[in-house]
Design a protein around this ligand. Sequence first.
Ligand code: GLC
Ligand code: CA
Length: 574
Amino acid sequence: MRQLWLLLYLAMVTLGSAAAQTQAAPLKTNGDVWWKHAVIYEVYPRSFQDTNGDGLGDIKGITQRLSYLKSLGIDAIWITPMYPSPQVDFGYDIADYEAIDPQYGSMGDFDNLMKAAKQQGIRVIMDMVMNHTSDQNPWFLESRSSRTNPKRDWYIWREGKDGGPPNNWQSWFGHSAWTLDPKTGQYYYHYFYVQQPDLNWRNPEVRKAMYDVMRFWLDKGVAGFRIDAVSRLFEDPNLHDDPILPGTNAFGDPNIEHKYTDNLPEVHDVLKELRKLVDSYPGNPVVISEADEPNILELSKMYGTNNDEVQLPMDFQIADVNELSATKFRKLFDEVENNPAHGWPEYFFSNHDQARQWDRYGDGKHNDQIAKLMAALLLLPRATPQMYYGEEIGMRTTVPTRVEDVRDPVGVTGWPKDKGRDGERTPMQWTAARPNAGFTSPTAKPWLPVPPSSVTYNTEVESKDPNSILNFYKQLLVLRRTEPALKSGAWVTINPDDPNVFSFLRHYLGNGRSVLVALNMSDKPQMVTYDLTAQGVQSGIGLMLLNSYGYEQKTIRMDHMTIPPFGTAVIGVK
Ligand code: GLC
Ligand code: CA
């Protein structure tokens, strides 16, 4: 008897301390944290809203438009870099990490934005560019000043070889990744533009400097970071040549595999360190990674073996399917929804680096209908969706037609094969007013031209049209907030062999309805039959919650349902 009590006592003590431990441990992805249910909206500040008539968007403009974002149903904004910068890469070349570029406003404007955003319940996520700085950053100016400067080792300096660069590594933006600095006779390494020298992440001072930057912004109350180009932080110290692949790229260089400059294992040490840093702040700040991972195993590694790295790795595999294929989407969604790290997925289709989804997935005839389907595909899975400004109104990619109009340097180097990224960065279309659609004053010259489509595709016109893309987004976002199944339901793909209709169920395990989403990815009407008895759904009748094709009845038969070309249906089932 005594022994039994002792055993019981021991069990209680261990259980008790286990419980205490789980409480004390930092909240990892297991908790019901804000970012799992948030909708993140990417703001490209240069193109969002200009308030002083210089044709460039600014911080005050973002503040002014917070109420629009609120009414849309956004929870957080990710703002691409607005730190002081020569703007060669439009902010991704940072000259000072702890200040605001006067083009965009002042630190006071930023603080006001933070205050206003807090009032609206919108979180602010900053862009952290850690792989490289601007060549005008004082760190680099010092580093390049002499071979013995204390900051020399903050960047990657190497001797040339045989009268040329140290090896065959290539810049993402064309040509050699090495530039000779005549002053000291050595080459520096840059994965991106010549004006973006790579930092040396093996130097502890560099790490400390960057972590201090993160603290600076966390102290200001930002809700986390989108980490730029994470997979490029380290490169092979032995400078092995990258393998050459067949053919040439848009810049006329031989294709190569970035084998020795991408995804080196040390990246994960850094991700662990910065996750610890972020976890030491209250409010569960989030780390989002930009990394074009080639497959689910690489993507899954980003979460860390113990969910101790990135909470939300952006899923480029899904963003870049580039065709409406139920089979391809089903495979990729299933993979990431069941990823081995049990990490929480993050989806997007458009951003400032790739052609907008309206044209990339549109077929030239049904683009608006397809835009609504893509919206449902983005917003209804078990994941954190990331939107890009203007996708909610069906903004299209508007590429320059003459090389002399190109602003993104990569579009000049790559012309005409690669026309750069101006096309997806045109000003936000707020009103029907010509020529500037409410982005800037009518007499100003916006930094990129406002597309003619702005007359019909803008927030003003679309908010009055119940069938607009904008109103479809709004309704989807309301459903996301109000349907428990869309918040916490499991992910189950349904009719796995259907080549045309991608169907998934957000299976609600509580006492309530589940939500079935049916997306006809073909240009023909499709008849579908659903048998959801395996998921405990007995009723053969579903409740139509939302559809994109004007089906007006409240209920729908599950055993015999016709979905028009590119139609989207969201159905409640029990
Ligand atoms: C990321 C950014 C891109 C930038 C590059 C270099 O890919 O999204 O816009 O050019 O990093 O910083
Ligand atoms: Ca401005």
